[in-house]
Design a protein around this ligand. Structure first.
Ligand code: ATP
Length: 607
């Protein structure tokens, strides 16, 4: 496939406001993809050349990309940056340089363009015709070369590679080629929508996505799934197993109101403290250790002490451990608050932070050992294997685990956990397998009961903002329209408008972030009755506390048409207030789901 064809698909994907259209466009794209290309097309559609969990970054700074554009089209870096400043998107700026002024807005674009020093032979639009037929594979190879370039002269070499590629491409391709190295492609397609597209293209119907989900939960690698499906068929996808180095999608917790209900439902459980840090899945393959966050980001470089600990304390050749990492002082048995631990999620100053704020990883599960997946074995067996595998005394600490069959004991353990500064406990069905990507009653979290408010916060995604009156107008927003995630339909549905609990500083911060991701139409994966003043791409996750969840006809979260064809109201938050930004550790798809919201609604009256 030519890259210009792929770019036309990108253009269509970007323009649509309908999720069903997203799936159709993707299915059409995939149908036209060959065995040799499908994997590359999947990664490129995500703006990458490797799955998200691989640390491979094409990473170029704005100034470098501007220089590459300037060299490709005989302009200057300053002029490119100036145009970028005006249009707000480097891809758009590059496309305009290639195409010349946009006719629809002649006065603005014309004056802008006139100020550019384009020294090309003939008119600027003479760049519009592609010089050579560039294929998807050509682009993939050059982007890979850019990513792999290292050492002395890296900046220049990358610029030359990119500008050569741009020079050979048509204007629409240029728009997307510029965005990829900036990590800014953002077509707004979620993984489930890609799976829908694959299912529709190859298995005839999007509902067949279910057949691909097991492999996705075990490997998290959409490219691998697509390649296997194209080359070997569905049976081979279903057989795809856990691979060391590819993160397994995390098992998550359900909620229950109290210890009594938990024992009634789960009978015999294994109880562990609920450590309040962040989830780290540790993979050991010989002397290579890699680590992944709950949302599948590669965190290997962030925690050198955990790499060292793993190599010292795990002697088997291969292993995958599920852990929660946090700052902990063993001498005083003191758990540091989440706000401290979270300072360790950083790209720079790692060595120093390792000394001032060392982490421990509390290991609560083992999912793989000596070349074999353990996820189908019952928890009781996995815990025995963990005990045999982990050498104690070091950075990795086995999570304290107790087997309990009565509510009284469970309550005592819960109280004890809370008094130690922990969040509560996680209770797990002793005989349950590890359900990758699952959130069900195999794992349940129990937290402290608080009256007057929900006993758990919600992670919501900002979908837009509504202009306000008075003081806040200065920041351009009076309320944020926020939503939760509907994982079945891979879309974001509204649950609240929130205006209180935000300081002036926070408004400014939101504004700064939101302005970069403003869009002129409702994003395809957003489902809302309310029309905010400004739509933004669903990317910013905030943690919200509310007093209560109520039913509401104006929100789309949980709103359904019932069997008699009547519209049932959605769910909304009463007295919502902002607790924190979760952008660094949660993707929009990790936000609270509609299913969770409804369960929280049912639970609130059962305390
Ligand atoms: P929260 O915001 O309350 O942490 P969450 O949506 O991030 O919720 P939950 O499913 O509510 O995730 O809780 C599971 C999380 O708790 C896990 O992802 C993990 O990071 C953390 N955790 C802490 N201790 C344990 C444990 N012993 N077993 C499993 N998970 C644990």
């Amino acid at each position: 496939m030519l890259f210009s064809q792929l770019s036309s698909y990108f253009e269509k994907l970007e323009a649509t406001s309908s999720r069903l259209a997203l799936i159709d466009i993707l299915a059409d794209l995939f149908k036209h993809s060959s065995e040799a290309e499908i994997e590359k097309i999947i990664y490129l559609s995500q703006g990458r050349i490797a799955p998200f969990f691989e640390a491979t970054e094409i990473g170029m700074a704005e100034k470098q990309v501007a220089q590459a554009i300037a060299s490709a089209f005989n302009s200057t870096k300053q002029d490119v940056l100036k145009l970028y400043g005006e249009v707000g998107d480097m891809g758009e700026a590059a496309m305009q340089i290639v195409r010349g002024p946009v006719k629809s807005n002649p006065s603005r674009q014309g004056s802008l363009f006139a100020s550019l020093k384009v020294h090309a032979v003939g008119s600027p639009s003479s760049f519009a015709t592609p010089r050579k037929k560039i294929t998807v594979s050509d682009v993939f190879e050059i982007l890979t070369q850019i990513a792999k370039t290292q050492g002395l002269g890296t900046v220049e070499k990358r610029q030359v590679l990119l500008s050569d590629l741009l020079r050979k491409s048509d204007s629409n391709s240029v728009r997307y080629l510029v965005r990829i190295p900036l990590g800014n492609l953002r077509l707004g397609i979620g993984d489930p929508t890609i799976l829908d597209g694959l299912a529709k293209a190859k298995l005839g119907d999007k509902s067949k996505r279910k057949l691909l989900e097991g492999a996705y939960n075990r490997t998290s690698d959409l490219g691998l799934i697509a390649k296997t499906l194209w080359e070997k068929g569905l049976a081979a996808v279903i057989k795809l197993q856990v691979v060391v180095g590819k993160p397994i999608r995390s098992e998550l917790c359900e909620r229950l109101p109290n210890a009594e209900k938990a024992i009634e439902k789960m009978e015999i459980v294994s109880v562990q403290p609920k450590y309040d840090g962040f989830r780290v899945q540790i993979h050991k393959d010989g002397d290579k250790v890699s680590m992944f966050s709950r949302n599948l980001e590669n965190m290997t470089h962030m925690f050198p002490e955990l790499i060292e600990g793993t190599l010292k304390q795990i002697k088997t050749k291969t292993a995958i451990l599920d852990t929660e990492a946090l700052a902990y002082q063993p001498e005083s048995e003191e758990f540091l608050p989440f706000q401290e631990t979270t300072k360790r999620r950083r790209k720079y100053g790692i060595e120093e932070m390792t000394k001032t704020l060392p982490l421990k990883a509390f290991v609560f599960d083992i999912l793989y050992k000596d070349g074999k997946s353990l996820i189908d074995k019952p928890l009781s067996e996995r815990l025995v294997i963990l005990k045999q595998t982990l050498i104690i005394n070091g950075t990795l600490i086995p999570a304290k685990t107790q087997t309990v069959r009565d509510a009284k004991t469970l309550n005592i353990i819960l109280e004890d956990s809370i008094s130690k500064g922990l969040e509560g406990v996680v209770i797990k069905k002793l005989e349950s397998p590890y359900e990758a990507g699952g959130r069900n009653f195999n794992w349940v979290k129990l937290k402290r009961q608080q009256s007057g408010e929900l006993n758990d916060t919600l992670d919501c995604v900002i979908l837009g903002y509504v202009f306000g009156k008075g003081k806040r107008t200065a920041f351009g927003a009076g309320a944020l329209l926020v939503g939760v995630y509907d994982d079945k339909n891979d879309e974001f549905v509204t649950v609240s408008k929130i205006g209180t609990g935000l300081s002036d500083e926070e408004w400014k911060e939101i504004h700064k972030r939101a302005d970069k991701i403003k869009v002129d139409h409702k994003p395809a994966r957003v489902n809302s009755v309310i029309e905010p003043s400004v739509w933004i791409k669903p990317e910013i996750v905030i943690e919200i506390l509310a007093d209560e969840i109520t039913r509401s006809p104006i929100h789309t979260a949980g709103a359904v048409i019932n069997q008699s064809g009547e519209k049932e109201p959605g769910y909304a938050l009463r007295f919502p207030r902002l607790v924190s930004f979760r952008t660094s550790d949660k993707k929009p798809e990790d936000a609270t789901t509609v299913k969770e919201l409804i369960e929280m609604y049912k639970l609130q009256n059962k305390k």
